[in-house]
Design a binder for this molecule. Structure first.
Ligand code: PBG
Length: 331
C-alpha cells in the first residue's frame, strides 16, 4: 500500500497526535550530572570553557546535589581535584581524599535520594596527567604500566566504596580493569556494589574542556595507547564491551556520545538487557554553549534534540552537563 492511501503526515497533524506516537522520551531520573570537587569552603571556581560549571568545594557540592534531587535527576558523578599531585597519584589513594570527603558529605545529607557515582581514574592525581603509573617498557617506550595501575585502581576504588559511593565508574581503559575492581570489591565485602565501566572510551579531542576543568591534561604524549582509536573497526568496541561484561561490569558506557551514536546502537543491539550509558562529553557541551552565546543556535532546542538522539541510539543512561537545564526544560 502506498500513496494516496498511505499518508505519514496523518500521524503528525497535531501536537496531541505527535505526542501519542512518540517512543523516545527523556526522563531526568536517567540523567547523571558530572561535578568537579576540590578542597576549601564556599568555593565555586568557574570553568572558563564550560559556562555554568564550577570547581566546587564540598559544602557547595552538597548544595548542588540538593538541587539535583529537587529536579528529579538520577545521580551525580564526581571528579576530584586534589591539592597536590605526584607521579603515583597518591592523593587518590588517601583514605580522606577529596572524593572520599565529598561522597560522605553528600550521602550524609541526602542518603538514598540521589545516586553518587565516582569516576575511578588517576589522570587528575598524577603530575604527568596520565591515567596510571608511568614507566619504561622493555623496548624503551614511556607508557602507562597496565598491571601496576590495576593495583592502584583497586585501592582508589575501595576508598570510594568505604566512603559510601553507590556505583563506581572506572574510566582508565586499562586491560583487566573490571576484573581487578570486581575482585577487589568482592574481597572487601562490597559484592553488592555495581561497576559502571567506561567500556568503549575513545581517545577523543572532545575531552578538551574537561581537562581544563579537572586539570588533567597529559603533560607529555597522549592517551592513545590506552583509549580507543576512533578509526579502528567498530567491532573493537563490541570486544571491549564484551570483555568488560565477562569481567563483571554491570553497566557499560560509550564515550563520547554524539560522534559515536553508531557505537551506542551497536552495543545496544549486541548486548540486550545490559544498561548502556553514554557520556555527552565536555567538548560536545562547550561547542553548543559557544554557538548559543553568539545567538547562532537555540540551546534548549539543540540540547533536547541531541539528548533524544542519544536515547534513540540506545542509551538508557546519559551523563550530561545539561542534566539540570534539561530537567527544567522537560518539566
Ligand atoms: C578520565 C576522564 C576524562 C573524562 C571523563 N573521565 C578525561 C580523559 O579521558 O582525558 C572526560 C569527560 C568529558 O570530556 O566531559 N578521568
Amino acid at each position: 500500500m502506498s500513496f494516496p492511501t498511505v499518508r505519514l503526515r496523518r500521524l503528525r497533524y497535531s501536537p496531541a497526535v505527535r505526542k501519542l506516537v512518540r517512543e523516545t522520551v527523556l526522563s531526568p531520573d536517567r540523567f547523571i550530572l558530572p561535578l568537579f570537587v576540590r578542597s576549601g569552603q564556599n568555593i565555586r571556581n568557574p570553568i572558563a570553557a564550560m559556562p555554568g560549571h564550577f570547581q566546587l568545594s564540598v559544602d557547595e557540592l552538597v548544595k548542588e546535589a540538593k538541587e539535583c534531587v529537587s529536579l528529579g535527576i538520577g545521580g551525580i558523578i564526581l571528579f576530584g581535584i586534589p591539592d597536590t599531585k605526584d607521579a603515583g597519584g597518591s592523593e587518590a589513594m588517601n583514605e580522606n581524599s577529596i572524593i572520599a570527603q565529598a561522597v560522605r558529605a553528600v550521602k550524609d545529607s541526602l542518603g538514598d535520594k540521589l545516586l553518587v557515582l565516582t569516576d575511578v581514574c588517576f589522570c587528575e592525581y598524577t603530575d604527568h596527567g596520565h591515567c596510571g603509573v608511568v614507566g619504561k617498557t622493555p623496548d624503551g617506550r614511556i607508557d602507562v604500566d597496565n598491571d601496576k595501575t590495576l593495583q592502584n585502581l583497586v585501592r582508589q576504588t575501595l576508598i570510594h566504596a568505604r566512603a559510601g559511593a553507590d556505583i563506581v565508574a572506572p574510566s582508565g581503559m586499562m586491560d583487566g580493569m573490571i576484573h581487578a575492581l570486581r575482585t577487589g570489591l568482592d574481597d572487601a565485602g562490597f559484592s553488592h556494589l555495581p561497576v559502571m565501566s567506561y567500556a568503549a572510551k575513545y581517545a577523543s579531542a572532545f575531552y578538551g574542556p574537561f581537562r581544563e576543568a579537572a586539570g588533567s591534561a597529559p603533560q607529555f604524549g597522549d592517551r592513545r595507547s590506552y583509549q580507543m582509536d576512533f578509526s579502528a573497526s567498530a567491532a573493537q568496541a563490541v570486544r571491549e564491551v564484551s570483555l568488560d561484561l565477562e569481567e563483571g561490569a554491570d553497566i557499560v558506557m560509550v564515550k563520547p556520545a554524539l560522534a559515536y551514536l553508531d557505537i551506542i546502537r551497536m552495543v545496544r543491539d549486541r548486548f540486550e538487557g545490559v544498561p548502556t550509558a553514554a557520556y555527552n562529553v565536555s567538548g560536545e557541551f562547550s561547542m553548543v554553549k559557544a554557538a548559543a552565546e553568539r545567538g547562532w543556535i537555540d540551546e534548549k532546542a539543540v540540547v533536547l534534540e541531541s539528548l533524544t538522539a542519544i536515547t534513540r541510539a540506545g542509551a538508557s543512561i546519559i551523563l550530561t552537563y545539561w542534566a539540570k537545564d534539561a530537567a527544567r526544560w522537560l518539566r
